[in-house]
Design a protein around this ligand. Structure first.
Ligand code: NDP
Length: 337
C-alpha cells in the first residue's frame, strides 16, 4: 500500500514536512476481514485537529500513523459474510491506496443509486452534519433568516439549501466572488456575501434587514464577530466548526472577545449549542438518507466536488482546504472506479 503518514505535528498551518509518503506491506486478510482498493479519500477540516495533541473530542493521531479519513473503496477479497469481492463500500481507511479492514466496519454502497464519491459529501458525513445541525438545533421556520459561512463547501451548501426547503431565507458567506456567484446562482441562496471584501460588515447587515434567526457556525473568528450584533433575540447558534481557528498555534490574537460574546448570549437570550454529528446518528440518520437521496435526485439539493488526483497530492490539497483554496467538497481520487 502507498500511504501518507503523520511525520511530525504542525505548529500553525501544516507544511509538507508534517507528512511522509511511504509504501508498506499489508497484513494478510484474516477471518472476518476484507481487502480494499481505495478509490476516493475525503479531506475534511477536522483532520487538522487530529494532527495536534490539543484537547479535542477525538483522540490525536500518533506520529507515523496513517493519516485518518473517510474512504470509498472496492473489495478485492473478503473473508466477511455478506460482503463480496467487487462490492463498493464506505470505510474509514485513511490516506492510502489499499487497506485491510474488519468487515463489520465497512458499509456497502450502491453505485447505481448515486455517484460513489457522494458518500463522502452530500450523502455522507458533511451532508448529515448540515441536516442534523440545522434541523435538530437551528430549527428554522418559514420566513426566518439563516446565515452560514463556508457556504460553498459540503456542510454550508447543504445548510442553506435545506433552509430554503424549510421556507427560510438563506444567506451564505464565502471567500471570493466566484464562490459567492455559485452560492447565489447555482445553489439558490437568497444572498451571498464575500468575507474577504473590505465592505463585508456593511454588506452582511444590508442583506439581513430583519436580523439573523439562525447562525450556523462553521468558521469563528472575524466572521463571527461581524455576525453577532445582527443576531435576533432567541436566535439559535448551532456551533458546528471553527475552521478559521484550526491553524492558530495558540490562543487567537487580539483582545479577549468572550465577555462581549457572553453579553450577546445574555441580552439576546441566545441558545448556543455545540455538536458533533455522531451524536445525532441514531435519531436522524435514516431520515437523512431518505430525504437527502430524494433531494439530490430531484435536484432540490445540488452539490459540487473538488477532485484532486493521486494520494501523493493529498497533503497539498489538505493545506489548501484550511485556507479556502478548495471550491466544493474536497475529494482525492486515489484510483479509477
Ligand atoms: P469546506 O470544504 O467548506 O472547507 C472549509 C472552508 O472554510 C474553506 O473552503 C473556506 O471557504 C472556509 N474558511 C477557511 N478558513 C476561513 C477563515 N479564516 N474565515 C472564514 N472562512 C474560512 O469544509 P466543510 O464543509 O467540510 O466543513 C465546514 C465546517 O464544519 C468546518 O468548520 C468543519 O470543521 C465543520 N464540521 C463539523 C462537524 C461536526 O460534527 N461538528 C462535522 C463536519 C464538519 P471560503 O473560501 O468560502 O471562506
Amino acid at each position: 500500500s502507498t500511504r501518507i503518514v503523520l511525520a511530525s505535528r504542525p505548529h500553525g498551518a501544516p507544511v509538507e514536512e508534517n507528512f511522509r509518503l511511504e509504501t508498506a506491506q499489508l497484513p494478510p486478510v484474516g477471518r472476518g476481514q476484507v481487502l480494499l482498493r481505495i478509490i476516493y479519500l475525503s479531506l475534511d477540516p477536522y483532520m487538522r485537529g487530529r494532527m495536534s495533541t490539543a484537547e479535542s473530542y477525538a483522540e490525536p493521531m500518533e506520529i507515523d500513523d496513517v493519516m485518518v479519513g473517510g474512504t470509498v473503496a472496492q473489495v478485492l477479497a473478503s473473508r466477511y459474510p455478506g460482503v463480496d469481492a467487487g462490492d463498493y463500500v464506505l470505510s474509514y481507511s485513511g490516506w492510502q491506496t489499499h487497506a485491510v479492514e474488519d468487515g463489520a466496519r465497512v458499509r456497502k454502497l450502491d453505485a447505481r443509486r448515486a455517484p460513489l464519491s457522494t458518500a463522502l459529501g452530500v450523502l455522507g458525513m458533511p451532508g448529515f452534519t448540515a441536516y442534523a445541525g440545522l434541523l435538530a438545533i437551528g430549527r428554522p421556520v418559514a420566513g426566518e433568516t439563516v446565515v452560514v459561512a463556508a457556504a460553498s463547501g459540503p456542510v454550508g451548501s447543504v445548510v442553506g439549501q435545506i433552509a430554503k426547503l424549510q421556507g427560510a431565507r438563506a444567506i451564505g458567506i464565502a471567500g471570493g466572488p466566484d464562490k459567492c456567484d455559485y452560492v447565489r446562482g447555482r445553489l439558490g441562496f437568497d444572498e451571498a456575501v464575500d468575507h474577504r471584501s473590505p465592505e463585508f460588515a456593511e454588506q452582511l447587515a444590508y442583506v439581513v434587514p430583519d436580523g439573523i434567526d439562525v447562525y450556523f457556525e462553521n468558521v469563528g473568528g472575524p466572521v463571527t464577530d461581524t455576525v453577532m450584533p445582527l443576531l435576533n433575540t432567541y436566535a439559535r447558534v448551532p456551533v458546528c466548526g471553527l475552521v478559521s481557528q484550526y491553524n492558530l498555534p495558540g490562543r487567537p490574537d487580539g483582545p479577549d472577545r468572550l465577555p462581549a460574546f457572553m453579553n450577546y448570549v445574555l441580552t439576546k437570550s441566545l441558545s448556543v449549542r455545540g455538536f458533533i454529528q455522531s451524536e445525532f446518528v441514531d435519531d436522524w440518520y435514516p431520515g437523512f438518507l431518505m430525504d437527502m437521496s430524494d433531494w439530490v435526485q430531484s435536484k432540490r439539493v445540488r452539490y459540487r466536488e473538488d477532485i484532486v488526483d493521486g494520494v501523493e497530492n493529498a497533503p497539498a490539497a489538505f493545506m489548501g482546504l484550511l485556507e479556502g483554496r478548495n471550491f466544493g467538497k474536497l475529494v482525492v481520487r486515489v484510483a479509477e472506479e
